[in-house]
Unconditional design. Sequence first.
Length: 111
Amino acid sequence: MIPGGGQPNMQQLLQQAQKMQQDLARAQAELAATEVDGQAGGGLVKATVTGSGELRGLVIDPKAVDPEDTETLADLIVAAVQAANENAQQLQQAKLGPLAQGMGGMSGLGF
């Protein structure tokens, strides 16, 4: 047993874990509110997603619409959404990466 000094140290660790959890929740809320774009076909199709990956908008230039070739339009839409999601993932890494590293330092303690 550690005389007199064991409890405050555990309390400090719990406070640090709580702060990291609050920081993580704040970063996740910021991601959900931030919008990023992706495009395909030289800008013929543009997709907007949140930093958490939720599709929020899709803009299709009329030049991309060919009733005889809807397959190409579908491919452009998929590519634009994928590009937007890749940008969202980069944003997630930038926002959550440092927090995840901080949490990793506590993993040996069961956090």
